[in-house]
Write a protein that binds this ligand. Structure first.
Ligand code: SF4
Length: 420
């Protein structure tokens, strides 16, 4: 006689490498510049880079944009001009016109990396010249090095060395949240008796939260590996939990924060259980549509494991395959533990082979990047753009119904377009 546990097949983990079909890290400027209105993101790149950021952000007609591109011309790319001089001149012009800028991010791109333009040195040089008037930081958003969410990881990583040291007991939430969602989570942590809750990135780029041995670091996004490691090396204590998507993940995430401060489980239940019940009620109508539907997640945002867990456990979907660009076990073990036994997980990408599997499996819904969505829709397969999930306020129990609705909407739209 065997136990049920022994019969369960383990997760199936595969690695793939080949052609990738993902956006680069420049994309994250779209949500980072909204978060920190006193910062400016200057991409040092080509017209293609400028076009990507413009189209990802939409055209801003009335507001002065808080991002731009220093375009490397053919002479720069051929090494015939000194791109450093040009960059310094451009930065000075920009700061004269825009005195409200407090932090300037120089963002590297594929072209700046190909010509080996050293933006770390440029930032150092400009910091000396500007003498404290503006803080200049640099990071890479290049498609050679980053997928689109890693752009945020790199931007936050650049800020870590500037965070003041402190021994104060605090909960540090890491990862960009919509302001209203953040306010709500801070209020809930306050009700749980955690008095000091800070955020990285902060709302004002100059008001960086402190870091030190009293800091419990709670990641709001699963794609912040480099930032997490840097915060730990500054003395922070990294809490591990599922991520705050859906009621189950959100409850477990908040409970992990509470446990790190010794909050009694009874108080956690008193504060959070009503939210869980309300969230489950909000999910219910979408679950009716999603339950039993087959889901294939292609690797793109690094949110895939968390979304798979939410859609399978709370919405009743069946997982065909869960792809992720990278699998950081330290940051994702709590999510892996909640996936059903036998789930096929692939790390990395060989896009042609993955598309072959999608076509063979004919799932009801594919979560993927923008570049793959249209061709799959044309083949009659419903899709959900993964990029929409980083632009939408989806964190927390209160947002669980909206999160489920984002996926149900794709199925409803396809049903409405179906003439058969
Ligand atoms: S950084 Fe690279 S991948 Fe991104 S838009 Fe520029 S050239 Fe394209």
């Amino acid at each position: 006689m065997t136990t049920g546990l022994a019969e369960q097949p383990p997760l199936q983990l595969f690695k793939e490498s080949g052609q990738r079909e993902v956006f680069c890290g420049l994309t994250s400027i779209v949500w980072l510049h909204r978060r920190m209105p006193d910062a400016f993101f200057l991409v040092v790149g080509s017209r293609t880079c400028a076009h990507l950021v413009q189209s990802a952000a939409g055209v801003m007609i009335f507001a002065e944009p808080r991002f731009g591109t220093a375009i490397l011309g053919e002479r720069d790319l051929a090494g015939l001009a000194d791109a450093n001089d040009e960059l310094d001149r451009l930065v000075k012009d920009l700061l004269e016109r825009r005195p409200e800028i407090r932090t300037l991010f120089l963002v590297g791109s594929c072209p700046s990396e190909v010509i080996k333009l050293d933006l770390a040195k440029a930032a150092e040089r400009l910091n000396t010249q500007l003498a404290g008037r503006v803080m200049v930081l640099n990071y890479s958003g290049s498609g050679i090095e980053t997928t689109f969410t890693q752009g945020e990881d790199q931007a936050l990583l650049a800020m870590v060395p500037l965070m003041p040291s402190s021994e104060v007991d605090q909960l540090l939430i890491v990862g960009t949240l919509a302001d209203a969602v953040e306010d709500r989570l801070v209020q809930l942590f306050g009700r749980l008796g955690i008095p000091v809750v800070t955020s990285l990135p902060p709302r004002r780029s100059t008001e960086l939260p402190p870091i030190g041995p009293g800091t419990r670091v709670l990641l709001a996004q699963p794609f912040l590996s480099a930032t997490a490691r840097a915060l730990v090396s500054r003395g922070g204590q990294l809490l591990t939990a599922p991520y705050p998507f859906g009621v189950e993940g959100s409850r477990a995430w908040m409970a992990a924060g509470a446990a790190a401060f010794g909050v009694a489980p009874a108080l956690v239940a008193e504060v959070l259980d009503p939210l869980v019940e309300r969230g489950q009620r909000a999910i219910a109508p979408h679950r009716e549509l999603l339950a039993g539907k087959r889901l294939f997640l292609l690797p793109d945002s690094q949110l895939e494991l968390s979304l798979a867990r939410f859609l399978q456990r709370e919405c009743g979907m069946e997982l065909v395959e869960v792809g992720t660009p990278y699998l950081d076990r330290q940051l994702l073990d709590a999510e892996l533990a909640l996936l059903p036994p036998g789930t096929r997980i692939t790390e990395g990408q060989d896009v042609e082979r993955q598309l072959e599997r999608v076509r063979a499996e004919r799932p009801d819904l594919v979560v993927c990047g923008l570049g793959l969505a249209n061709p799959l829709e044309a083949e009659g397969i419903a899709t959900k753009w993964s990029i929409e999930l980083v632009f939408s306020p989806i964190h927390g129990c209160d947002q669980a119904g909206d999160l489920a609705e984002l996926f149900a909407r794709s199925l409803r739209r396809r049903a409405a377009l179906s003439f058969s």
